[in-house]
Design a protein around this ligand. Structure first.
Ligand SMILES: Cc1ncc(C[n+]2csc(CCOP(=O)(O)OP(=O)(O)O)c2C)c(N)n1
Length: 225
């Protein structure tokens, strides 16, 4: 497990895995190095929305494009939690943050849509409320050969919740129950603003990056003989 910096990134210290706690926004780059040098390892990269999609946004897009066999977990609490509640690219227009006391004017974007269009071959979303569903999705993501992205909607009651009057941690978790539905649910007909959960992409056709790189090495070695 390779992580960057943030409340979410600290998870690498809580698991009994071989882990690297690296620098903000660069966890995917470190993991890419690890994976290329030891392709047999399973690589998991837990990140916050700031870590993965603000400072690390470029690395995220290119990891999706390469289809390297890494599982990226985006814990999206819509805020920079660790550093005191600055707004992130996922906060959304009209949201309050310590750096937007009168509300942010920046639009957010959809992590799932970004990952899909950048070429990730496994893309899913769940929430901290849906713990069993999240567990099953993570198992599939980790076993998927290629770049997998799992967005997990999470709460930061201390900053996002308090500033935007969303209640305590439990109320915020309950909101994930009421504001989300399984992909294609009939409830979407009445309320298209509900956020969909589940597996959006599962594509096994695209070559995996380490395997493609091995072929380049084999070609280069043939030339040397
Ligand atoms: C290069 C660099 N820039 C800025 C920081 C300060 N910093 C640490 S964590 C963080 C943001 C964390 O937000 P997020 O990734 O969303 O994770 P969360 O704490 O909400 O889980 C920032 C800006 C840093 N450590 N390194």
């Amino acid at each position: 497990m390779t992580s960057g910096i943030g409340c979410s990134s600290r998870i690498s210290g809580y698991v009994d895995f071989h882990s690297l706690h690296t620098i903000h926004g660069r966890a995917l780059s470190f993991a890419t190095g690890v994976k290329l040098s030891r392709p047999s390892l399973k690589a998991i990269v837990p990140m916050g929305d700031g870590d993965s999609l603000a400072i690390g946004g470029n690395h995220f897009i290119h990891a999706c494009r390469r289809n390297i066999d890494i599982t990226a977990i985006v814990m999206n609490n819509k805020i920079y939690g660790m550093t005191g509640g600055q707004f992130s690219p996922l906060s959304g227009q009209g949201k309050k943050a310590t750096t937007a006391p009168y509300a942010t004017i920046d639009s957010d974007f959809d992590v799932v849509e970004l990952a899909k269009s950048a070429g990730a071959t496994f893309v899913a979303r769940s929430t901290v409320f849906h713990a069993n569903e999240t567990k099953e999705i993570l198992k599939k993501a980790i076993n998927h050969k290629g770049f997998s992205v799992v967005e997990i909607m999470s709460q930061c009651p201390t900053y996002f919740g308090r500033k935007n009057k969303l209640g305590d941690a439990v109320q915020m978790m309950e909101s994930f129950k009421t504001n989300t539905v399984k992909i294609g649910s009939k409830k979407l007909e009445k309320n298209p603003n509900l956020i969909q959960r589940g597996i959006f992409v599962e594509n096994t056709d695209k070559p995996e990056y380490c395997e493609a790189y091995d072929q380049v090495i084999a070609t280069a070695m043939k030339g040397k003989k």
